[in-house]
Write a protein that binds this ligand. Structure first.
Ligand code: AMP
Length: 395
């Protein structure tokens, strides 16, 4: 069966068409600038690049463009729409309503709308994407796969904030966590590589990309994760602050006469690596290059980033009363030996020892020293494949 995986943003739409018998990617594409000038579609399939500038007024236009690209006589891979067996949609926030992937129906759409206050930027785009896809492919089964679902197993002690309990009851203010599809995929893959059932393992998964989150996975279940109500909480990221005292918001508003929204925009868009380098770099590759050539701003940002991740690793070892393996994934986690060595140095007391040579990898590998009690792994994530597998299972 061919499964189409959709990741819809407010002005973009990423897709992959996966042939499930071999789990191979038949086509991969991106519609950009939906609803504004210069909109376009780009697709890679059969080793060829298809690129077209065309007006994409909305997501329905984008889906029609994507279908045209997939069925194009020269660049496409399908003869017609009927060879797409099902569609898997990435949805950012499932709130407390979803602890796994689900087949989309009227009740699911209502629950997605109910969750908009929890993710006002992401969920409306995901809903628009699903509706547009349904308009273009009304007879194809659709599945929703949530970023938050894997973390619904967190115990109360991990998901509650120390706020009035009434705020949780009335507004559902609690910690949800994100990147769940990735944490689930790499924890299962790591268990396979270790050769033990995931139910018997205590794992810490470090998804470190532009957005980063760390998760404690005990017996295959998420028991704590660093992101919270929104993806702002946790470790520092490309442009997000991670954990910070909420009183800073009040201080900024008073000192600079700005609104709460403006203050939060500083936390989300001007902080993290970008903020710590004084506005120079949000991309880890630039931070690393700067740090290695002794640029003070970059050294400072790399230091804070690695220290925050290290603290979460320590906290999650305490939360699970041990750890069998620590897994690194996503843009930084998969590709960067320097980041991994900064994070893991100084944890020898906990039985964590990195092997410098084995660490020089960008592929799936064990990277611990022979004497290390804790296994250390690089496992490239594949959220699209995880979404496609869930979709196949549910149809
Ligand atoms: P992601 O959000 O998973 O796409 O990850 C983006 C982050 O990964 C950015 O900070 C990139 O600088 C970083 N990244 C991507 N490729 C590399 C690489 N080869 N070495 C170091 N960092 C990388």
């Amino acid at each position: 069966m061919n499964i189409l995986v959709i990741n819809a943003g407010s002005s973009s739409l990423k897709y992959q068409l996966i042939f499930m018998e071999t789990e191979s990617i038949l086509a991969k594409g991106l519609c950009e600038r939906i609803g504004s000038d210069g909109s376009n579609i780009e697709q890679k399939a059969k080793g060829k690049l298809y690129r077209k500038e065309l007006p994409l007024r909305d997501h329905v236009d984008a889906f029609n463009a994507l279908i045209a690209a997939l069925t194009d006589a020269e660049y496409g891979v399908l003869t017609d729409l009927s060879s797409i067996g099902a569609v898997g949609h990435r949805v950012v926030h499932g709130g407390e309503a979803f602890s796994g992937s689900v087949r989309i129906d009227g009740a699911v759409m209502r629950a997605l709308r109910d969750n908009i206050p929890l993710a006002p930027l992401h969920n409306p785009a995901n809903i628009t994407g699903i509706e547009a896809c349904m308009a273009v492919m009304p007879n194809t089964p659709m599945i929703a796969v949530f970023d938050t679902a894997f973390h619904q197993t967190m115990p109360r002690r991990a998901y509650l904030y120390g706020l009035p309990y009434e705020l949780y009851e009335r507004l559902k203010i609690r910690r949800y966590g994100f990147h769940g599809t990735s944490h689930r995929y790499v924890s299962q893959r790591a268990a396979h590589l270790i050769g033990k059932p995931v139910e018997q393992l205590k794992l810490i998964t470090c998804h470190m990309g532009n957005g980063s989150s760390i998760t404690a996975v005990d017996g295959g279940k998420s028991v704590d994760t660093s992101m919270g109500l929104t993806p702002l909480e946790g470790v520092i990221m490309g442009t997000r602050s991670g954990d910070a005292d909420p009183a800073i918001v009040q201080m900024l508003c008073n000192a600079d006469g700005i609104s709460v929204d403006d203050a939060l925009s500083i936390f989300n868009k001007k902080s993290g690596l970008l903020g710590l380098t004084g506005g120079k770099y949000s991309d880890w590759r630039d931070v690393k290059q700067g740090a290695q050539s002794g640029e003070e701003e970059a050294v400072r940002a790399a230091e804070v980033f690695a220290y925050r991740v290290k603290k979460y690793i320590g906290a999650y070892i305490a939360a699970m009363n041990g750890v069998d393996a620590i897994i690194f994934t996503a843009g930084i986690g998969e590709n960067d030996a320097y980041a991994r060595s900064l994070i893991l140095s100084g944890l020898e007391w906990l039985g964590i020892e990195l092997d410098a040579d084995r660490n020089q990898t960008r592929e799936e590998a064990f990277i611990q020293a022979d004497s290390s009690r804790v296994k250390l792994l690089v496992v490239p994530t594949n959220e699209e494949l995880a979404i496609a597998r869930d979709t196949l299972e549910l149809v």
